[in-house]
Ligand binder design. Structure first.
Ligand code: C2E
Ligand code: MG
Ligand code: MG
Length: 493
């Protein structure tokens, strides 16, 4: 990577002619570039992209965002040498084309462009004056005199993406290796864009069971990609790329629409009785709470759903990217009446504080703890403690990843409210689940109603707490006596 720092600034700044370039429409800029490519003149090209510009739109509204963009074009033109042009491209990016520039001049122009973008923008409005601060990253590409034409636009774009990914707020110069790395990612991104636009995504659903009576009370919506050549892809294969490409809002909108359609359809089929469809939200969606709120308000207003038809799941990591924005988004969804579950509970670092501060109504215990039931008293004690704690805070508890009837039985005994997992049903297309929705336990073997044998075992033991806690303490004592230093590892049965 070629991150260009201020060391270059002094050397080249003096060579910038103080007079200005011109802000032009995109076709005109492309014509200028075409003419230069066919000439023998050297050419520098800067791709400048505003960092986190969506936050300006979120904070101040799109009308302010548009005005900021309109101001920046001429401002950027003002720092270019005569004969240069700059135009806007792709919403919040700009491309500057500088004829007869050498590499150093192109670099220092890019740095100057970053500086002028960062100067405060004050928008005078009828009611208020809005001070807006924006930052940008830039990539540069360059073609020497007499060289054959090269794809300067693509090169500068790739360099800018590298800047945004690794050192936002800086200038990065194009290097050959950037192109190779970019090819793979670009292929996935293009594929994902196509998948969203051309309906290659599929909504799968997995049942959620009420452990008190075995009723199916909802489903979790889980996205899949029906790839034209690679077959059905799991989210783990493509969500990280979708996130890196900033496509999670588009993808999440697709999932939300599909979930609303499904909830509406099932409500009609079941004579108005709702079947809640739980939707996973990504960090990028939580960053724009207004967008989510508008979509959900519209679906409610149109009478397609009630708040009991949809629920939202968030993970601690999706909240952490921008906690205040995420809290705002969840609060407004909650105000509309939707339930919110904290997903993968127990895998993060400070989950307890989230339980207190966030407007969540349910906790989903991560399946890694459920997997230990029957093998690990420690995991069982954790699951039990999370259930008790959540209930003390008035939250419902959903256990994820139940794979057999023994785990289901243990969770009933521990007092979990709801359950989800392969034992009751794998994620499938909605049509495949429809017939089992009315079956008790979704057609799976019901948990045992026999009394918990651990209760008798624990009866013999001294101490206090639940049977599992007492067994765990007894096991720890035994281990302690055996090794004479406090055990730190897992206690197994
Ligand atoms: P998650 O939200 O925790 O979803 C549960 C995952 O556990 C699903 O994996 C599900 O198939 C799997 N699972 C359920 N029961 C069992 C079980 O008994 N045993 C085992 N081994 N696994 C079980 P999936 O569908 O591959 O999804 C993985 C993750 O991808 C989800 O985890 C969620 O974080 C994310 N995801 C899926 N769809 C979406 C979506 O539409 N939007 C967003 N933002 N994320 C999604
Ligand atoms: Mg989930
Ligand atoms: Mg989960």
């Amino acid at each position: 990577m070629h991150v260009i720092r201020s060391a270059t600034r002094g050397r080249a700044a003096s060579s910038i002619t103080p007079t200005a370039g011109v802000f032009v429409a995109r076709p005109e800029a492309m014509q200028t570039l075409d003419d230069l490519q066919r000439s023998t003149r050297s050419t520098g090209l800067v791709h400048l992209d505003l960092d986190r510009f969506h936050q300006v739109n979120t904070q101040w509204g799109h009308h302010v965002g548009d005005r900021v963009l309109a101001m920046l074009g001429p401002r950027l033109a003002g720092c270019l040498p005569v004969g240069s042009v700059v135009s806007s491209t792709d919403g919040d990016a700009f491309v500057a084309i500088v004829p007869d520039a050498d590499w150093w001049l192109t670099t220092s122009i890019a740095e100057r462009m970053l500086q002028v973008v960062a100067e405060p923008i004050v928008l005078e409005g009828a009611e208020q004056t809005v001070p807006v601060m924006v930052r940008a990253s830039a990539g540069i590409a360059w073609r020497a005199e007499h060289d054959a034409p090269i794809d300067l636009m693509e090169h500068a774009y790739l360099a800018c993406r590298r800047a945004k990914a690794t050192a936002p707020g800086t200038v990065v110069g194009y290097e050959y290796s950037l192109g190779e790395q970019a090819v793979r990612r670009q292929r996935i991104e293009d594929g994902l864009r196509r998948a969203i636009a051309e309906d290659e995504l599929r909504l799968f659903v997995q049942p959620e069971i009420d452990l008190r009576d075995g009723r199916v009370i909802g489903v979790e919506a889980l996205v899949r990609w029906q790839h034209p050549t690679d077959g059905l892809l799991a989210p783990a294969v493509f969500l990280p790329d979708a996130e890196a490409a900033g496509l999670m809002t588009a993808l999440g909108d697709w999932v939300l629409d599909a979930a609303i359609d499904l909830a509406e359809q099932w409500r009609e089929l079941r004579d108005g009785a709702p079947m809640r469809v739980w939707v996973n939200l990504a960090a990028q969606q939580l960053a724009d709470g207004e967008h989510l709120r508008e979509r959900m308000t519209a679906a409610l207003r149109e009478g397609r759903i009630t708040p009991r038809c949809i629920g939202f799941e968030v993970t601690e990591s999706s909240l952490l990217e921008d906690l205040p924005a995420a809290t705002g988004a969840l609060t407004s969804l909650r105000q509309l009446g939707f339930e919110i579950a904290l997903d993968d509970f127990g895998t993060g670092y400070s989950s307890l504080s989230y339980l207190r501060r966030l407007p969540v109504t349910a906790v989903k215990i991560d399946r890694s703890f459920v997997a230990g039931i029957g093998d690990s008293l420690t995991d069982e004690a954790i699951v039990e403690a999370v259930i008790d704690l959540s209930h003390a805070l008035g939250l419902r508890v959903v256990a994820e990843g139940i794979e057999d009837v023994h785990q289901a039985t243990a969770l009933v005994r521990m007092g979990a409210d709801h359950a989800q997992g392969y034992h009751f049903g794998r994620p499938v297309p909605p049509a495949d689940l429809q017939a089992s929705l009315s079956l008790p336990w979704c057609g799976a073997t019901p948990p045992s109603t026999e009394p918990d044998p651990l209760v008798h075992l624990a009866d013999e033991l001294p101490g206090f707490g639940s049977p599992r806690a007492r067994l765990l303490m007894a096991a720890l004592d035994t281990a302690h006596d055996a090794v004479s230093s406090p055990p730190r590892s897992e206690v197994t049965r």
